[in-house]
Design a protein around this ligand. Sequence first.
Ligand code: G3P
Length: 217
Amino acid sequence: MKFFVDTADTAEIRDLAATGLLDGVTTNPSLIHKSGRQFLEVVKEICGIVDGPVSAEVVALDHETMMKEAEILRKIADNVCIKVPLTIDGLKTCKALTSDGTQVNVTLCFSANQALLAAKAGATFISPFVGRHDDNGFDGMQLIDDIRLIYDNYAFDTEILVASVRHSIHVLEAAKIGADVMTAPPAVIKSLFNHVLTEKGIAAFMADWAKTGQTIG
Ligand code: G3P
């Protein structure tokens, strides 16, 4: 499963990129707002940190203006992936852009039928929001399971990008189902390293090593 980080914080992106774990980055208008930076400038910087897809979202709601915004965004770098909402205009934009060889991430997916529409429109990625689905009393992971089944039934190439990931169990379940990608905030990705027995083991080894009085080198 590919790991994308869901942030516009370039210091966090650099830190995670250094682990070799990072396959891409996703941003959205809320994350750009949180960064306090200029959208185009921050996307350009992120594209220089990671080689993989960097999702940058259009903010227009009509197809024509979405295409104009996408034109500006895709000129930033070759690894820009245009993010569009799951609407009729969003999918028209998806079809036009992917036919032209541009990567498209269709976002705000909350049903398997919506995911089917996105795949038929040629989406590179579909982003079902598991956390927000759970928040509203639905089963986010069941949604991923259903999309996996449908995409496999028809051999769609669209990659399932599990979004709105809130904790390590979302990551685990997404991997067990066979999602292609997950995007999560830096803190969730870092939490995957944690295990009480790893920490306990390191503490015990360090204590015993200190008792040897030795150094390496
Ligand atoms: O980038 C889209 C998605 O990952 C947002 O997550 O936590 O705001 O629902 P969240």
